[in-house]
Ligand binder design. Structure first.
Ligand code: DC
Length: 234
């Protein structure tokens, strides 16, 4: 890659509440810009999946000390799937892309994400992945902790009902059997834990641009953000 092109590559941080459509937007942006896309929520979900598989977390218990001890044995990687057009997440070599999208993983992931040792491990890996820029990363603390110097920061919002409706539809389409109220409760509980945890809570960075997408189409959001990217690079 030439020096000129290097200079133009930026870091795009997309943060926001659960199910605001961050990953849909981030994936499409990365595709259009030929950037790498990293779904950091998938990494926290992968650790949660590991904890569930190893009976370190479950109804009424969380052996967080044991999880911390086992962190070195957790290897999270992404591999691009040509057919799907995005990178899938692997845990110790096993594809867990589908397994981490269940309501069970969703209901424990915020708790696992409060553990500082977990965050430290994942943030280090995220910073390495973005060191050459040309990356779109979505999560909760990307603009505040992972890349405080990101050239473009977006903070996404939408009403809890809109988000639960979107997530409910998505889960039904994937064949999950659950109620809208369970999804709404999960969305609001996660917002609460994510925004109030001590380490790296979900907050809007001072220099992030806020987008409420309750009434915006995906195309409208992509167009708006691409304009910001081109402004930033010119
Ligand atoms: O984006 P998501 O819904 O897949 O994220 C799952 C959970 O992971 C979310 O409820 C909080 C946590 N998370 C986090 O703490 N920090 C991030 N950068 C990304 C996700």
């Amino acid at each position: 890659m030439g020096e000129e092109e290097d200079k133009q590559n930026i870091v795009i941080a997309i943060d926001g509440f659960s199910s605001t459509g961050k990953s849909t937007i981030a994936k499409q942006l990365a595709k259009q810009l030929n950037y790498i896309y990293v779904d950091t929520g998938a990494m926290y979900r992968a650790v949660t999946y590991f904890a569930l598989e190893n009976h370190l977390i479950g109804e009424g218990f969380f052996h967080s000390e044991q999880l911390i001890e086992k962190l070195d044995g957790i290897n999270i990687t992404f591999r691009f799937n040509e057919a799907l057009g995005f990178a899938e997440v692997y845990l110790n070599g096993k594809n867990i892309e589908k397994a981490i999208r269940t309501l069970k993983v969703s209901s424990y992931v915020s708790l696992v994400s409060t553990i500082s040792e977990v965050r430290q491990k994942l943030v280090e890996q995220q910073q390495l992945m973005g060191k050459d820029k040309g990356i779109v990363m979505d999560g909760r603390d990307i603009g505040t902790v992972v890349f405080p110097e990101a050239e473009l920061k977006i903070f996404m919002r939408a009403s809890a009902e809109t988000r639960a409706q979107r997530r409910y539809k998505e889960l039904l389409e994937r064949g999950h059997n659950l109620s809208y109220n369970d999804v709404l409760e999960n969305v609001t509980t996660r917002d609460q834990i994510d925004s109030t945890r001590e380490d790296s809570p979900l907050v809007k960075a001072d220099d992030a641009i806020e987008i409420d997408n309750s009434d915006l189409t995906i195309e409208e959001q992509i167009k708006t953000i691409l304009e910001m990217v081109y402004d930033q690079r010119s």
